[in-house]
Write a protein that binds this ligand. Structure first.
Ligand code: PMP
Length: 447
């Protein structure tokens, strides 16, 4: 029997009548997506799109092994983490095994995993932990960041593109220091790390002198939300040192940029070193998105003493966090990443993409910079390379044209002028070339 042709416009109207008006959506007239395979999405009319924005379906869409594990575990058992079963242990141990040796060293190492259902929950729980451990309420975070939607994770989210009134509604315990953007921020070039860290350190000292020393510093190891912006060398070394000497602890939010996506490293924090060249190890890591490949799964990884500090406030329990099903899927994701060498693919395709995008930038002055590494990149679009005037309207129009030509790509950053490039890690070189060739065509022919 032939399926009736879906009326997408009618279904869109039904959605908008019944469903959350606060939810952000891609496109005003979106394709109605029905299925996915690897880095491709297919709509109800059978049209294919290359998905360049999906850092959740990191293994690719429709992965048969995930479908099998999910079906198998559903038939056998799915229950909450108050029961004793092996999947939760296996996932926790495997997660700890992804950490570099420096982060597992005896005494100071990260040795404990807490399982939740999302990045928001991971950040919220991380803040509860660090507030309890430090005994302090005040938090320093970076501008242009996003950490989640709950009361606490939203309070430390400063991006004005996610919340236009973030600056006016800031909670008194939240303090903000400029995101260290060496491309277009107040400090640029090779001295940017030192200049931005000096600014943050001065803020930390002023807060301490005012009787509100911070207990937590939270940041992404690469400024994902701001557009894959590199945190300049030396910045974290100096700021983390000051935070810790003052009695505070550091949360590294790896929800977006971690988990193998950057290619050469599994975790973003591995890119930052102290003056002696040793990897800087955060006190708490938050992770989600890629961890479940779309199944709701998140984690906090930290030291046992930090978890113990929350014990006075009671136990921590999440009904579905660390469920049998979630844990099995989490283990399967890590196994598939290894079996299919997806981190290596992120490194290989990422460096190919960078070379090609940089080549494009030589011919198209509108590409002001190519940020990021591996398969977490941002192509920053400007109207003028000297003034760096952002090109947000052009970026939106270019994304619309991309959609017409079969590629899903979206703007990001406070100025909404950065094309975020974060496809599933299984992306082929042909697909990466298709993306760059399409961008070339759009910039050449207009949008
Ligand atoms: N932290 C970062 C850095 C994120 O990018 C996000 C989601 N975009 C979150 C936390 C929140 O994650 P979730 O949407 O899973 O709640």
């Amino acid at each position: 029997t032939r399926r009736p042709r879906p009326d997408s416009a009618r279904e869109l109207a039904r959605r908008d009548a019944a469903y959350d008006p606060l939810q952000e959506h891609y496109y005003s007239a979106p394709p109605q997506i029905e299925r996915g395979w690897r880095e491709h999405l297919i709509d109800v009319d059978g049209r294919h799109y290359l998905d360049m924005v999906n850092n959740v379906a990191t293994l690719g869409h429709g992965h048969p092994r995930i479908a099998e594990v999910a079906a198998d575990q559903w038939r056998m058992l799915n229950t909450n983490s108050r029961f004793h079963y092996s999947a939760v242990t296996e996932l926790s141990e495997r997660l700890l095994a992804t950490l570099p040796a420096e982060a597992r060293a005896a005494g100071t190492g990260l040795d404990t995993v807490l399982l939740v259902n999302s990045g928001t929950e991971a950040v919220d729980l991380a803040l509860r932990l660090t507030k309890a451990f430090s005994g302090r309420d005040d938090v320093l975070c970076l501008s242009e960041s996003y950490h989640g939607w709950s009361l606490a994770s939203d309070a430390v989210s400063t991006s004005v593109s996610d919340n236009p009134i973030a600056d006016e509604t800031r909670a008194p315990w939240v303090h903000v220091t400029p995101t260290p953007n060496a491309f277009r921020g107040a400090h640029r070039g090779s001295g940017a790390g030192a200049a931005y860290s000096a600014e943050a350190i001065a803020q930390l000292r002023t807060l301490a002198e005012a009787g509100t020393p911070i207990g937590t510093f939270i940041a992404e190891p690469r400024q994902g939300n701001a557009g894959a912006i590199e945190v300049p060398g030396g910045y974290f070394a100096a700021v983390w040192d000051e935070v810790r000497r003052g009695g505070g602890v550091v949360i590294c939010d790896e929800v977006q940029v971690g988990y193998g996506r950057q290619g050469d490293v599994f975790w973003g924090f591995q890119q930052h070193t102290d003056p002696e060249g040793r990897i800087l190890v955060p006190d708490v890591i938050t992770v989600a998105k890629a961890m479940g490949n779309g199944h709701p799964l998140g984690a906090v990884i930290t030291r046992r003493e930090i978890v113990d500090a929350l014990a006075a406030q009671g136990s921590f329990f999440s009904s579905a966090g660390g469920s049998t099903l979630s844990s099995r899927i989490g283990v399967a994701v890590l196994e598939i990443m290894e079996d299919e060498a997806l981190q290596a693919n992120a490194a290989r395709i990422g460096s190919h993409l960078r070379t090609r995008l940089e080549g494009l930038a030589e011919r198209h002055p509108m590409i002001g910079a190519v940020h990021g590494r591996g398969l977490y990149m941002g192509a920053e679009l400007v109207r003028d390379r000297t003034t760096l005037e952002p090109a947000p309207a052009e970026t939106v129009a270019i994304c619309e044209r991309f959609r017409e030509l079969g590629v899903i790509v979206q703007p990001t950053g406070d100025r909404q002028n950065i094309l975020k490039v974060k496809p599933p890690l299984c992306i082929s070189q042909d697909s990466a070339d298709f993306f760059v060739d399409t961008l070339d065509e759009i910039l050449r022919a207009g949008w």
